[in-house]
Write a protein that binds this ligand. Sequence first.
Ligand SMILES: Nc1ncnc2c1ncn2[C@@H]1O[C@H](COP(=O)(O)OP(=O)(O)OP(=O)(O)O)[C@@H](O)[C@H]1O
Length: 475
Amino acid sequence: MGDGNRGLSGNSNSNHSNNNKPEWLQQYDLIGKIGEGTYGLVFLARTKTPNNRGKAIAIKKFKQSKDGDGVSPTAIREIMLLREISHENVVRLVNVHINHTDMSLYLAFDYAEHDLYEIIRHHRDKVNHGINQYTIKTLLWQLLNGLNYLHSNWIIHRDLKPSNILVMGDVEEPGVVKIADFGLARIYQAPLKSLSENGVVVTIWYRAPELLLGAKHYTSAVDMWAVGCIFAELLTLKPLFQGAEVKATQNPFQLDQLDKIFKVLGHPTVEKWPTLSNLPHWHQDLQHIQGHKYDNTALYSVVHLSPKCPAYDLLSKMLEYDPRKRITAAQALEHEYFRMEPLPGRNALVPNSQGEKVVNYPTRPVDTTTDFEGTTSLQPSQPVSSGNAGSMSGAHVGINRSVPRPMLNMPRMQPQGLAAYNLASQAGMGGGMNPGGIPMQRGVAAQAHHQQQLRRKDTGMGMTGYPPQQKSRRF
Ligand SMILES: Nc1ncnc2c1ncn2[C@@H]1O[C@H](COP(=O)(O)OP(=O)(O)OP(=O)(O)O)[C@@H](O)[C@H]1O
């Protein structure tokens, strides 16, 4: 293994360097932890290789499987397939590394400064106004474009949710959407098993009704349901169906989630969804599942749209109960909504019309005290190499990245502001914070860590678990 770009690299004890770092790690400067998901920790690093020096990379370290049996050959085959995936709206897997000493797996992706979870949260909690129509349409179009590519390549995401939809903040692709986390469920569940054997995979609020009712196999329609939920959330800044998850169950049957859906969309019927009665849980807990007969379809009022407008038409087609009738990504891209003003563009974060405010979205907080082992190292991060600050996004230069988001007030990266910003950051002036890479204080790192924890436990709109935790994913 061990090759150049997009390779699968491993190490043995013999190729550890003197400082006991695995050899592959020598090609990165590890900056700190940026997140934690079901699969493991996510780190920000920068490449040290001459042709790409300073490029920001997100490295996902996967937890060891519970059985301690390392990375299976099937998982490696799946990863090799992921390396072939290449699309503007899908996050690029740059490299794959395996530590043979403990068989831990590291996937290195292009780094994205933003994601829809944070963008929505920023509008909801900080700026107190909705996301502009151009931005919503562009985000949605690019999400569908990436999804159409994945579906055409027989990849079903299965876990689409706002935190998995990244938005670039760098100079090369500012405001471009990247779908992340696709195919990961397959790596840890390969060979593919039916849902009932593997337990829950799709996060509950974005989970399609057929899965909630016990469908045993995924189809690409489950992703389109999730896109519908995300579209509605972009419009209202609130999760559309905030069901309370029943924890610690391998059973995908989630009564409250179904009830939330039925209340808004009306009760599904066998007339409209003929295969409904074949779904195992349709007959479970009959009193609750079939007992209430909600028939008042109130979707348009929940999302504050006119029932006649194209946005509502598209949304209702994504939230069609019968997966066979649900709109596909390819069809959605052709929808009238995308042919009317404002037309979708490339940079989702900069509105095309004058008078629309540019929102300064915060950058990711980085906990620079946590190393790959998940242990606290209290190492100050290195200042960025001056020659390549241009390839980095605004505030993630050197130590400044450790400052939690709410404290940052960095300008949005725009072509005209970029040069000035880069000069400032190279001179150690980024936003007036920590010039010269003064070692960070523990309190600052602790805040970054705290914010990452909050993100995983965010109570959303008074609900516990925003985004909801997935308890039963198997490794
Ligand atoms: N390529 C990337 N660039 C920047 N941030 C990323 C990248 N990939 C993931 N992240 C961020 O890292 C954090 C953790 O991601 P991860 O996918 O592990 O967990 P999650 O999506 O929050 O939850 P789960 O894994 O439980 O579905 C999220 O905030 C996510 O937006």
